[in-house]
Design a protein around this ligand. Structure first.
Ligand code: GTP
Length: 302
């Protein structure tokens, strides 16, 4: 890497799109490491976690936002504010539409919101999940997408088989202003480790649970301390909050089997993230209506 910034580009990009459009998975594919949180359930991404693509000629910072949705709670409103703020601040936006779903009102809603808050930002139309459909369907989707809004570019990609992921990176980088590195090389995300750990636990807890549950789960990491007398092991104490006792039952599972599995999955991911062995102490707590209570929201980091 040269010290001169001549010809070097740097800046921010984010992916927008309906829930489940594949934004988080695409972020991971571009960054090449698991920092943003994915799950098969919609609206699970909560923090604006930044993944960073480092190249000799550019640094592309990806901001992963939650999906925009009709706000029903205080939390919902705050999430939407975060989304709009992010959209207005980035240098380029990737508008994701899955290849296997009809372009519809949800996409037009997002396009209208983008037109309001990001008037001058170049928008790249991204057809995601091309591995799920035939080439003909990809072409049809490209045509349908052109009706939604004016795009700076259009590109079909698949995060699963890697199709055009590199080309998409090139298109995004080309829209960044010239400038020096914004973050030191090698850094994956600027979120504190405890936040990432909490997200990994949340992700594991959401695997395979009902559609209504995602917004009812929050995780706090209360302690991360090295095991006494050892430098290769970390003790992590975390709490998983649900809103109702019935949800606690779902998380725990029969005789606590499910929580055990959640802990074990989360522990493996945390060990991979931190590069050390982890003992995870995980408990479930009912915090009634935490989504509607400003005091509890603050305590849980929102
Ligand atoms: N076959 C296929 N599946 C994909 C691809 N990208 C994402 N998926 C799947 O689509 C689902 C949703 O992906 P996410 O990346 O979580 O979608 P998202 O847009 O971030 O969703 P929200 O966080 O709810 O807004 C997951 O089950 C992914 O595994 C792809 O390129 N091909």
């Amino acid at each position: 890497m040269t010290s001169s910034t001549e010809g070097h580009r740097s800046g921010f990009a984010c992916f927008v799109g309906r829930p489940n459009a594949g934004k988080s998975t695409l972020t991971n594919a571009l960054v090449g490491s698991k920092v943003a949180i994915t799950s098969s359930k919609p609206q699970t991404t909560r923090h604006a976690i930044r993944g960073i693509v480092h190249r000799d000629d550019a640094q592309l910072v990806l901001v992963d936002t939650p999906g925009l949705h009709r706000p029903r709670t205080l939390l919902g409103q705050r999430l939407n504010d975060i989304v709009r703020e992010t959209w207005s601040e980035v240098d380029v936006v990737g508008f994701c539409v899955p290849a296997d779903q009809k372009v519809g009102p949800g996409d037009k809603f997002i396009a209208a919101e983008l037109a309001k808050v990001a008037k001058r930002t170049p928008i790249i139309g991204v057809i995601t999940k091309t591995d799920l459909v035939s080439p003909d369907q990809v072409v049809e989707q490209l045509i349908a997408l052109q009706d939604v809004m004016e795009f700076a570019e259009l590109i079909p990609v698949s995060a699963v088989d890697g199709f055009q992921v590199q080309t998409l990176t090139d298109l995004l980088v080309a829209r960044l202003p010239e400038g020096p590195q914004l973050y030191p090389g090698g850094e994956l995300t600027d979120e504190p480790e405890a936040t990432l750990v909490a997200e990994l636990i949340r992700e594991a807890a959401l695997e395979g649970v009902r559609d209504e549950l995602p917004h009812s789960i929050a995780v706090t990491v209360d302690e991360m301390i090295p095991r006494e007398g050892r430098d290769d092991m970390l003790d992590i104490h975390a709490l998983l909050y649900v809103e109702r006792p019935s949800q606690k039952g779902i998380i725990l599972g029969h005789r606590g089997e499910r929580l055990k599995a959640v802990g074990s999955t989360a522990r493996k991911h945390i060990e991979a993230l931190l590069g050390m062995r982890v003992y995870l102490d995980l408990h479930v707590k009912v915090a009634k209506d935490w989504q509607r209570d400003p005091k509890q929201l603050r305590r849980l980091g929102f």
